[in-house]
Write a protein that binds this ligand. Structure first.
Ligand SMILES: NC(=O)c1ccc[n+]([C@@H]2O[C@H](COP(=O)([O-])OP(=O)(O)OC[C@H]3O[C@@H](n4cnc5c(N)ncnc54)[C@H](OP(=O)(O)O)[C@@H]3O)[C@@H](O)[C@H]2O)c1
Length: 347
């Protein structure tokens, strides 16, 4: 009989948590036990899994007893509070928050890009930022053929990137506006329905926001290359689900659109969506609920002989978070990597 594993989802009631639950069921992850953890607010609720109502427990020290894997998606401070406990009790934590992503001892893994990084884990593996994962899946196969020198990205990020409550808020705002009422913003800093605003994460002294710097620093860590020059402008748009990105790539030598298309057509996790005749290219509405990153509008940058333009859309709750985490868990199980190389000691 094949082995099965004891797994907990920390943050099970959230946008990413509920997607994790759905994916574990859809992908038939080998489970011996499933524990659903969230804050005290959710204790007593139930969530459906394989036809059964599973109770949600409030997170506590004891909740991490006898576990093999913890999929954490309850925010950075919750991960910082509980990850070391889970690891000390023998579990591997796959963390969706930004708490450990840039820690030198923590692998930052996109299975289509750097699966081998997972081998050296010490109990915690970080799931990259959602916008970064989507870009990495599309750019990595090209970078393998001709190294990318510079990436210029502009993002169009959906409300659900800020969690389940932000998605609900945009619906409420849209409905208020359509009824002639003023929109109320409580979760997001400004009304998003029929509006957009630069990403609301904290700004640094250079004027970049945290989300933009995640794209810069995390991509370099995942690609194992500090030389790539990357700049990004991140914008929140009134789309409920799935992020879009306009990406300009500069290579050492020219990269023809047809060559890029040919490569991306055979790249894991990528689906080419290009119908030039009817001007049909990736859209968030078509990327929602899908596993692949949709890529299209690949064209020569007319301002640079070695430049290439592309457009992508990806479900950031799915490939940008939950699916990537489940793929990492599958990788650990498949390659027998659950045992850490050494225990993680948070500094
Ligand atoms: N949304 C995305 O597209 C996305 C993409 C990539 C990464 N992420 C990351 O994934 C994490 C979760 O995001 P989300 O969008 O799913 O957020 P969310 O919808 O707001 O859900 C947050 C989850 O965390 C739980 N939680 C909050 N505070 C907690 C605490 N003190 N102790 C235990 N549980 C607590 C919540 O439980 P209650 O229901 O009890 O409050 C809920 O289950 C974040 O770190 C986020 O940055 C999100």
């Amino acid at each position: 009989m094949s082995k099965s594993y004891r797994l907990a989802i920390l943050g099970a009631t959230g946008a990413v948590g509920t997607e994790l639950l759905e994916l574990l069921e859809q992908r038939n992850f080998p489970l011996a036990d499933l524990k659903l953890l969230a804050s005290e607010r959710s204790a007593g609720k139930t969530l459906k899994f394989r036809g059964e109502n599973i109770p949600v427990e409030s997170v506590s020290d004891r909740a991490f007893d006898h576990l093999d894997i913890v999929l954490a998606s309850a925010g950075g401070s919750t991960s910082k509070t509980w990850a070391a406990t889970a690891v000390a009790k023998g579990a591997v934590v796959i963390d969706n928050s930004s708490a450990f992503r840039m820690h030198p001892e923590v692998p930052l893994v996109v299975p289509e890009v750097n699966p081998l990084a997972a081998v050296s884990h010490k109990g915690i593996i970080a799931n990259p930022n959602c916008t970064t994962i989507l870009m990495a899946v599309a750019v990595w196969p090209l970078h393998q053929v001709k190294p990318v020198k510079r990436i210029v990205a502009a993002t169009y990020q959906s409300a659900s990137g800020a969690g389940a409550k932000a998605m609900a808020e945009v619906k409420t705002q849209a409905s208020a506006i359509l009824q002639g009422q003023p929109p109320v913003a409580e979760v997001l800093p400004y009304p998003l329905a029929f509006n957009l605003f630069p990403h609301n994460s904290p700004l640094n002294d250079s004027g970049y926001c945290e989300e933009e710097m995640k794209m810069v620093n995390e991509t370099r860590k995942i690609f194992g290359s500090q030389e790539i020059r990357i700049t990004a402008t991140c914008v929140r748009v009134p789309v409920l689900r799935a992020h879009s990105e306009a990406i300009n790539l500069e290579f050492e030598t020219p990269f023809s659109p047809d060559e890029a298309r040919e490569i991306l057509n055979h790249s894991p996790g990528v689906k080419l969506v290009e119908d030039w005749g009817s001007n049909h290219f990736p859209m968030p509405i078509e990327a929602s609920g899908r596993d692949e990153v949709l890529v299209g509008r690949i064209r020569q940058d007319i301002s640079h002989p070695c430049g290439l333009e592309l457009w992508l859309c990806g479900d950031q709750i799915r490939k940008g978070a939950a699916l990537n985490a489940v793929q990492i868990a599958e990788l650990l199980v498949e390659k027998n990597l659950l045992k850490p190389t050494a225990a993680y000691a948070p500094s």
